[in-house]
Design a protein around this ligand. Sequence first.
Ligand SMILES: [Zn+2]
Ligand SMILES: [Zn+2]
Length: 290
Amino acid sequence: MPDVKEESAMFDYHVHTSFSADSKLPMDVACQAAIDKGVTEIAFTEHLDYFYPNCPLTFEFDYHDYARTVDELRKRFGDHLHILKAVEIGLHPSVKSRNEQFVRDHQFDFIIGSVHIADDLDLHNGDYFKGKQLDQALHLYFETVYHCVRDNPYFHVLGHLDLIKRYVHYLKADHTCIDWRRYDHLIAETLKELINTGRGIEINMSGYRYKLNCALPELPVIKLYRQLGGEIITIGSDAHHQAHIAHHFEQAYHLLVEVGFKYITVYREGQPRFISVGETRKPNERGTKR
Ligand SMILES: [Zn+2]
Ligand SMILES: [Zn+2]
């Protein structure tokens, strides 16, 4: 049974604002845009990537400034929008203790753990793919994700499990032509590790924005997660701009229903709660002003 009953709820659990180095979105603008789209709960998951080589941006933020801003906006928008203090933490072996210290020292409702770097190289700028064959690049990526999940227990949900799909174009590959089942054994180990430690996955809808025409992870991985006993699942747009908030959430809800999830997960001070999918709002991409 669900722990929380909320009529017509919609949750975007992955949004970046100007506290993230790669977003200019003011947090108050994000709140208003979310409300206009019918979002009832939003997690501002700002980037914290202590290890991010060969990049001019610094993916760190001032927690106190962030928390103060969230507190102010909770007062301003609280009647319409529940705002979570959250973070998207970049996982890398060299910064494990710094990450642990950061989450110990600060209070978050929700923590995403994400792999943006593998083999000490950036996926986003393509450095990771230089000198690698496709199969080698994919194998090493999924192995890295598994090790990061196993060795970093302090987050709640693994971000965009197959993020590498966004970037295989660096090897002139088309993600729809790749036999992803070759990596199922590594993905299954990752999912089992998450399930056995009370953590979950997100359905990250940025794949649509990146013209992949799919969520991250895709349907077969979400199915595998469910088959293995996975229950904790959140939905996030990974918005860096107000137009992207709750983007393609209709597809996300279809995916959940198709796979057979009856509940989606929300968090309160780090504790998961389950809400019946039937009680969630049918997303309206054009916006529902309230
Ligand atoms: Zn990310
Ligand atoms: Zn993100």
